[in-house]
Design a protein around this ligand. Structure first.
Ligand SMILES: [Zn+2]
Length: 467
């Protein structure tokens, strides 16, 4: 224990003198150094990702107003067929376990749509091996693109970075992860209609909600190609955006948030922290930067559709963007080149973005579900007592702590059993619990449900205790 404290202290001190560009290391380690996660990261290919982007650009435009059927190999329909063919090839290599389907829908006229428009998402679904585990982890990106004129379906719209790069991440994750087996399921989805109003992701998220699907986390990849503008090139930092306060809170829950904090602990934010921690552990020199907002100023993305449907979801994006290279008709004006061209992307960076996604999906889908009914003991005490209901498949639990103003978990305690006694006060720390499988993989952290004396229930004293 003393050794652990010394390590934490060392990490804090080294963090304090590190430059702002290098986030301090932290002990939020999610596994024991998994060989499987390393193998998955190694299997991701920058060359394949680059080839995918070139192929997507070759369709000329992927505007949702271009040819639905993709005649003559041009337009969004041709791109859709090609994406489905990639997934089917993975399915063939995997004895058909990967299930490929189109989610077809029609967006009616109105709300920015000049006419009713047929669209379709392309999904590959990798079923989990545990029939009792209903969790689904989703990775998505949008395959539609746009020119300056949003409604022009004929003019060129290469969309290399926005969002050929995210589509390439989805394809590469499907290629690599479909060779593995996970207890929980993974869905790989290329969305349409993002540029006009997140239509494809809204359809997929609302359909999932209507069917009561348990989407435990959604990872959106939008503009992850690593724009290489000199002086503003993306090399070592990828942003992850996450919603702070979830929608759909009751007035009572909002009052509790205002009182006790928790605005920084939405389920989406825990997904962001988890992905950032994996990058720290497995991709030295590549940092996932936590951005505590749902998306950028004046912008949005497909993760918002999942948030709106009540699911945890985050968005990955380049650290630096060049707006001359997004949503622009390809042209040269006064010596300035506009357009979302493949030559402005960085395949090595895009591959690291894919690695963050693939490792996060693999770790989460191999970990047991998080514990439920996490409660603080309803009493005043200088330390903290908390208990939880056991998670099926958990070999142990890890209790995470961070000072209330810290962005990331800073301390961890391993617990066997379903109760922990900590010397740290819950007034000075946020505290959460992950279930850890026999394979060493930790689930997403579950935060305590806030219990108040008036409503308090007796905490369950299950076997075991903290170490
Ligand atoms: Zn986009």
């Amino acid at each position: 224990m003393r050794k652990q404290l010394l390590l934490v202290l060392t990490l804090v001190l080294t963090g304090a003198i590190a430059s702002a560009a290098t986030p301090p290391p932290h002990p939020y380690r999610l596994d024991r150094g998994s060989g499987e996660l390393r193998a998955i990261a190694r299997a991701i290919s920058a060359a394949r990702i680059h080839a995918d982007i070139l192929q997507l650009v070759s369709f000329g435009t992927r505007s949702s107003f271009s040819s639905y059927r993709g005649r003559n190999g041009r337009g969004v329909g041709a791109a859709r067929k090609w994406i489905a063919a990639q997934f089917r090839r993975d399915a063939a290599a995997d004895a058909g376990r990967l299930q490929v389907r189109l989610l077809r829908f029609t967006v009616p006229r109105g709300r920015g749509m000049p006419r009713a428009t047929r669209m379709a998402d392309v999904e590959a679904f990798l079923p989990g091996t545990d029939p009792r585990d209903h969790r689904i982890f989703v990775v998505g990106g949008h395959y539609d693109s746009r020119a300056t004129d949003l409604y022009n379906g004929t003019i060129g719209a290469p969309g290399a970075n926005d969002d050929g790069s995210g589509t390439a991440v989805v394809l590469e994750c499907a290629r690599v992860l479909s060779r593995y087996r996970f207890p929980a399921s993974i869905a790989f989805i290329a969305f349409e209609g993002e540029e006009e109003g997140l239509f494809g992701s809204r359809y997929a998220a609302q359909t999932a909600r209507a069917h009561g699907l348990d989407i435990a986390a959604m990872l959106d990849n939008d503009i992850v190609g690593g724009d290489n503008t000199p002086g503003r090139a993306n090399h070592d930092r990828l942003r992850v955006f996450s919603q702070g306060v979830p929608g759909r809170l009751t007035p009572r829950q909002l009052r509790l948030l205002a009182w006790l904090g928790g605005t920084n602990d939405s389920p989406s934010r825990e997904v962001a922290r988890y992905a950032a921690a994996l990058a720290t552990g497995y991709l030295p020199g590549f940092h996932v930067v936590l951005e505590f907002r749902q998306d950028r100023y004046l912008r949005g993305g497909d993760q918002m559709s999942y948030n709106a449907a009540g699911y945890p979801a985050v968005r990955f994006s380049d650290y630096y963007e060049n707006y001359h290279h997004q949503h622009q008709t390809v042209r040269r004006v006064h010596g300035v080149q506009y357009g979302d061209l493949a030559r402005y992307t960085t395949p090595a960076y895009n591959a690291n973005a894919a690695r963050v996604n693939a490792m996060t999906l693999a770790a989460l889908a191999s970990a047991p579900p998080p514990p439920t009914a996490v409660h603080y003991a309803p009493k005043l005490e200088s330390g903290t007592t908390l208990s939880w209901r056991a998670s099926p498949g958990a070999a142990s639990y890890r209790v995470w702590l961070r000072p209330t103003a810290a962005p990331q978990w800073t301390e961890a305690v391993t617990v066997h059993g379903t109760e922990a006694h900590l010397r740290q006060s819950k007034d000075n720390y946020f505290i959460a619990v992950s279930a850890v499988g026999a394979n060493g993989m930790a689930s997403l952290p579950a935060l305590p449900t806030l219990v108040f004396r008036r409503r308090a229930r007796k905490p369950q004293h299950a076997a075991g205790g903290s170490r």
